[in-house]
Design a protein around this ligand. Structure first.
Ligand SMILES: [Zn+2]
Length: 228
Protein backbone atom coordinates (compact mmCIF):
# COMPACT_ATOMS: atom_id res chain seq x y z
CA UNK A 1 0.00 0.00 0.00
CA UNK A 2 2.76 2.48 1.08
CA UNK A 3 4.85 1.57 -1.93
CA UNK A 4 1.99 2.42 -4.27
CA UNK A 5 1.50 5.82 -2.57
CA UNK A 6 5.24 6.60 -2.75
CA UNK A 7 5.29 5.71 -6.43
CA UNK A 8 2.37 8.03 -7.05
CA UNK A 9 3.96 10.93 -5.15
CA UNK A 10 7.30 10.45 -6.95
CA UNK A 11 5.48 10.49 -10.28
CA UNK A 12 3.80 13.76 -9.35
CA UNK A 13 7.12 15.35 -8.33
CA UNK A 14 8.70 14.33 -11.65
CA UNK A 15 5.78 15.90 -13.53
CA UNK A 16 6.01 19.19 -11.58
CA UNK A 17 9.80 19.45 -12.10
CA UNK A 18 9.38 18.74 -15.82
CA UNK A 19 6.72 21.43 -16.11
CA UNK A 20 8.88 24.02 -14.32
CA UNK A 21 11.91 23.22 -16.50
CA UNK A 22 9.83 23.53 -19.65
CA UNK A 23 8.79 26.96 -18.39
CA UNK A 24 12.43 27.98 -18.20
CA UNK A 25 12.11 29.19 -14.60
CA UNK A 26 14.87 26.94 -13.38
CA UNK A 27 17.40 27.59 -16.11
CA UNK A 28 20.48 29.45 -14.88
CA UNK A 29 20.71 33.19 -15.57
CA UNK A 30 21.97 33.80 -19.09
CA UNK A 31 20.67 30.40 -20.18
CA UNK A 32 18.99 29.76 -23.45
CA UNK A 33 15.45 30.32 -22.16
CA UNK A 34 15.63 34.07 -22.76
CA UNK A 35 15.23 34.84 -26.45
CA UNK A 36 17.21 37.76 -27.87
CA UNK A 37 14.76 40.55 -28.57
CA UNK A 38 14.27 41.39 -32.23
CA UNK A 39 15.98 44.42 -33.74
CA UNK A 40 13.67 47.14 -35.02
CA UNK A 41 14.40 49.53 -37.88
CA UNK A 42 12.22 52.46 -38.95
CA UNK A 43 12.46 53.08 -42.70
CA UNK A 44 11.39 56.53 -43.82
CA UNK A 45 10.88 57.06 -47.57
CA UNK A 46 11.37 60.82 -47.94
CA UNK A 47 8.65 63.15 -49.34
CA UNK A 48 5.28 61.93 -50.72
CA UNK A 49 1.86 63.32 -51.62
CA UNK A 50 2.07 66.95 -52.76
CA UNK A 51 5.82 66.96 -52.12
CA UNK A 52 7.62 65.16 -54.97
CA UNK A 53 11.11 65.92 -53.63
CA UNK A 54 13.75 66.47 -56.32
CA UNK A 55 12.75 66.10 -59.95
CA UNK A 56 15.26 64.19 -62.05
CA UNK A 57 16.72 65.33 -65.39
CA UNK A 58 14.73 62.37 -66.74
CA UNK A 59 11.59 63.71 -64.98
CA UNK A 60 11.70 60.97 -62.33
CA UNK A 61 10.17 62.01 -59.00
CA UNK A 62 12.33 61.53 -55.93
CA UNK A 63 9.34 60.49 -53.76
CA UNK A 64 8.65 57.49 -56.03
CA UNK A 65 12.25 56.25 -56.15
CA UNK A 66 12.52 56.70 -52.37
CA UNK A 67 9.43 54.55 -51.81
CA UNK A 68 10.58 51.78 -54.18
CA UNK A 69 14.02 51.53 -52.57
CA UNK A 70 12.49 51.72 -49.07
CA UNK A 71 10.06 48.84 -49.78
CA UNK A 72 12.91 46.72 -51.15
CA UNK A 73 15.00 47.57 -48.08
CA UNK A 74 12.09 46.40 -45.90
CA UNK A 75 12.13 43.04 -47.72
CA UNK A 76 15.90 42.65 -47.26
CA UNK A 77 15.73 43.37 -43.52
CA UNK A 78 12.68 41.21 -42.83
CA UNK A 79 14.48 38.30 -44.49
CA UNK A 80 17.11 38.71 -41.77
CA UNK A 81 14.46 38.67 -39.03
CA UNK A 82 14.60 42.42 -38.39
CA UNK A 83 11.29 44.09 -37.47
CA UNK A 84 10.51 47.02 -39.79
CA UNK A 85 8.25 50.02 -39.23
CA UNK A 86 7.57 52.20 -42.29
CA UNK A 87 6.65 55.90 -42.04
CA UNK A 88 4.74 55.52 -45.34
CA UNK A 89 4.00 52.63 -47.71
CA UNK A 90 1.95 54.53 -50.29
CA UNK A 91 2.41 57.74 -52.27
CA UNK A 92 0.53 59.74 -49.61
CA UNK A 93 2.34 62.30 -47.48
CA UNK A 94 1.80 62.26 -43.70
CA UNK A 95 -0.06 65.57 -43.38
CA UNK A 96 -3.80 66.01 -42.87
CA UNK A 97 -5.88 67.56 -45.68
CA UNK A 98 -6.56 70.72 -43.69
CA UNK A 99 -3.05 71.25 -42.32
CA UNK A 100 -1.83 74.85 -42.60
CA UNK A 101 1.80 73.85 -42.88
CA UNK A 102 1.72 70.44 -44.56
CA UNK A 103 5.49 70.08 -44.80
CA UNK A 104 5.93 70.73 -41.10
CA UNK A 105 3.10 68.37 -40.06
CA UNK A 106 4.52 65.71 -42.36
CA UNK A 107 7.96 65.93 -40.71
CA UNK A 108 6.50 65.97 -37.19
CA UNK A 109 4.44 62.84 -37.90
CA UNK A 110 7.46 61.00 -39.27
CA UNK A 111 9.39 61.84 -36.11
CA UNK A 112 6.41 60.77 -33.95
CA UNK A 113 6.31 57.36 -35.70
CA UNK A 114 10.02 56.90 -34.99
CA UNK A 115 9.57 57.92 -31.34
CA UNK A 116 6.69 55.48 -30.82
CA UNK A 117 8.50 52.58 -32.51
CA UNK A 118 11.55 53.02 -30.23
CA UNK A 119 13.73 51.48 -32.95
CA UNK A 120 17.37 50.46 -32.78
CA UNK A 121 17.99 52.72 -35.78
CA UNK A 122 16.05 54.93 -38.21
CA UNK A 123 16.96 55.24 -41.90
CA UNK A 124 15.54 57.93 -44.16
CA UNK A 125 15.80 57.31 -47.91
CA UNK A 126 16.37 60.28 -50.26
CA UNK A 127 17.94 61.23 -53.60
CA UNK A 128 20.35 64.06 -54.21
CA UNK A 129 20.50 66.80 -56.81
CA UNK A 130 23.02 69.44 -57.87
CA UNK A 131 22.97 72.32 -60.32
CA UNK A 132 25.71 70.64 -62.36
CA UNK A 133 24.99 67.29 -63.98
CA UNK A 134 28.44 65.83 -63.34
CA UNK A 135 28.00 65.12 -59.62
CA UNK A 136 27.21 61.51 -58.76
CA UNK A 137 27.44 58.89 -56.02
CA UNK A 138 25.76 57.98 -52.77
CA UNK A 139 26.23 59.77 -49.46
CA UNK A 140 25.03 59.06 -45.92
CA UNK A 141 24.39 61.84 -43.38
CA UNK A 142 24.25 61.56 -39.60
CA UNK A 143 23.58 63.96 -36.73
CA UNK A 144 26.96 65.38 -35.78
CA UNK A 145 26.37 64.92 -32.04
CA UNK A 146 25.62 61.20 -32.40
CA UNK A 147 28.54 58.78 -32.18
CA UNK A 148 26.24 55.82 -32.91
CA UNK A 149 24.69 57.69 -35.82
CA UNK A 150 28.19 58.19 -37.22
CA UNK A 151 29.04 54.47 -36.87
CA UNK A 152 25.80 53.53 -38.61
CA UNK A 153 26.43 56.06 -41.41
CA UNK A 154 30.01 54.87 -41.95
CA UNK A 155 28.86 51.24 -42.03
CA UNK A 156 26.19 51.96 -44.68
CA UNK A 157 28.52 54.22 -46.69
CA UNK A 158 31.17 51.46 -46.78
CA UNK A 159 28.70 48.77 -47.92
CA UNK A 160 27.32 51.08 -50.62
CA UNK A 161 30.83 51.84 -51.87
CA UNK A 162 31.77 48.14 -51.90
CA UNK A 163 28.58 46.87 -53.55
CA UNK A 164 27.56 49.73 -55.88
CA UNK A 165 31.11 50.75 -56.87
CA UNK A 166 30.27 54.41 -57.56
CA UNK A 167 32.70 56.32 -59.82
CA UNK A 168 32.77 59.13 -57.27
CA UNK A 169 33.40 57.82 -53.76
CA UNK A 170 31.99 59.95 -50.95
CA UNK A 171 32.40 59.90 -47.17
CA UNK A 172 29.65 59.72 -44.54
CA UNK A 173 29.01 63.32 -43.51
CA UNK A 174 27.94 65.01 -40.23
CA UNK A 175 25.00 67.39 -40.28
CA UNK A 176 23.39 69.57 -37.64
CA UNK A 177 20.41 71.05 -39.47
CA UNK A 178 18.25 68.23 -40.90
CA UNK A 179 14.99 68.21 -38.93
CA UNK A 180 14.73 64.44 -38.72
CA UNK A 181 18.29 63.92 -37.52
CA UNK A 182 17.86 66.59 -34.83
CA UNK A 183 14.51 65.28 -33.60
CA UNK A 184 15.25 61.55 -33.42
CA UNK A 185 16.64 59.95 -30.26
CA UNK A 186 17.61 56.65 -31.94
CA UNK A 187 20.72 56.61 -34.15
CA UNK A 188 19.40 57.99 -37.44
CA UNK A 189 20.83 58.52 -40.91
CA UNK A 190 19.72 60.05 -44.18
CA UNK A 191 20.81 57.99 -47.17
CA UNK A 192 21.10 60.00 -50.38
CA UNK A 193 21.26 57.08 -52.81
CA UNK A 194 22.34 59.05 -55.87
CA UNK A 195 22.02 62.25 -57.94
CA UNK A 196 18.85 62.81 -59.95
CA UNK A 197 20.68 65.71 -61.64
CA UNK A 198 23.04 63.17 -63.26
CA UNK A 199 21.48 61.58 -66.34
CA UNK A 200 23.12 58.15 -66.01
CA UNK A 201 22.50 57.89 -62.28
CA UNK A 202 18.90 59.12 -62.58
CA UNK A 203 18.21 56.47 -65.23
CA UNK A 204 19.84 53.74 -63.11
CA UNK A 205 17.88 54.77 -59.99
CA UNK A 206 14.64 54.16 -61.90
CA UNK A 207 15.47 50.51 -62.64
CA UNK A 208 14.26 47.71 -60.39
CA UNK A 209 17.65 46.01 -60.55
CA UNK A 210 19.61 49.01 -59.26
CA UNK A 211 16.97 49.76 -56.61
CA UNK A 212 17.44 46.19 -55.34
CA UNK A 213 21.23 46.60 -55.27
CA UNK A 214 20.94 49.88 -53.35
CA UNK A 215 18.48 48.33 -50.87
CA UNK A 216 20.73 45.31 -50.31
CA UNK A 217 23.79 47.51 -49.69
CA UNK A 218 21.90 49.67 -47.17
CA UNK A 219 20.52 46.54 -45.45
CA UNK A 220 23.99 45.01 -45.20
CA UNK A 221 25.33 48.27 -43.77
CA UNK A 222 22.64 48.21 -41.07
CA UNK A 223 23.24 44.50 -40.29
CA UNK A 224 27.00 45.10 -40.11
CA UNK A 225 26.38 47.93 -37.63
CA UNK A 226 24.19 45.58 -35.53
CA UNK A 227 26.87 42.89 -35.50
CA UNK A 228 29.44 45.20 -33.90
ZN1 LIG B 1 14.75 64.31 -50.40
Amino acid sequence: MWEKKLEWILGLVVLIVAALLANGDFLPAGGSAKTVSKRTVVIDPGHGGIDPGKIGVNDAKEKEINLQIALRLKECLEKEDVAVVMTRETDDGLYSAGAKNKKREDMERRCAIIREAEPDVAVSIHQNSYHQGGESGCQVFYYQESKEGEQLAVSIQEEMAAQLKPARKREAKPNDSYYMLRHTAAPAVIVECGFLSNWNEAQKLCTEEYQRQVAQAVADGILHYFSK
